[in-house]
Design a protein around this ligand. Sequence first.
Ligand code: AP5
Length: 191
Amino acid sequence: MLNIIIFGAPGSGKGTQSEKLTERYNLTHISTGEVLRDKIERQTELGILADTYMSKGQLVPDNLVIDMLSEFIANNSESKGYILDGFPRTLPQGEAMDKILEEQNESINVVLWLDVDDDELIARLLKRGKDSGREDDTFDTIKSRLAVYYRKTEPLKDFYSKQGKLAQIDGTGTVDEIFSRIEEVVDNLNY
Ligand code: AP5
């Protein structure tokens, strides 16, 4: 299996590059943000609860997203590999992810960190907010999503760097330029 974490700040291009990775390597993509937005739209119990966090740019509690992820992996065990987009986002989520995969004799192969500076992130998200109206793409919520990223998610870089799995990718340029950089890393993996 080829298991990839696509990692980066809000607006770094995780969703955009995940789509290309899914197609190129025939993997199964999960975006925890997408799954949660779908639950909000359907007004499920978890969706209603998640909305109270997401609308403020805060993280949904670990136990809820870890359960969601475990269920997804259990339902997709025939997959050739996973692209994890937006998960893990905290150290406890990273540790839980390792355990879940270990139970299947699997592990993460690489963590692709899309490195983009804050000004570019904010510009991308404000543009999307104007074009498509995603509710959390307003200036104040973007600020709080970024602050949460630096406080709670960025420590995972050290976690994966110690495991020798972190690959820093310049996340600026065109979508295709960035994808070529990703391909170069993934094509050189032994899996
Ligand atoms: P999530 O949906 O994961 O949002 P996010 O991390 O804020 O990321 P985005 O979707 O905004 O950006 P992205 O990096 O995917 O970039 P994209 O390709 O879309 O999470 C939303 C919320 O859900 C969280 O705040 C949290 O509350 C909750 N949540 C989710 N997972 C959780 C977890 N594990 N634990 C707890 N809570 C969780 O691109 C962004 C924009 O830029 C697009 O408009 C795109 O067209 C554009 N773009 C992309 N690439 C380029 C480029 N190269 N040049 C110019 N523009 C570009």
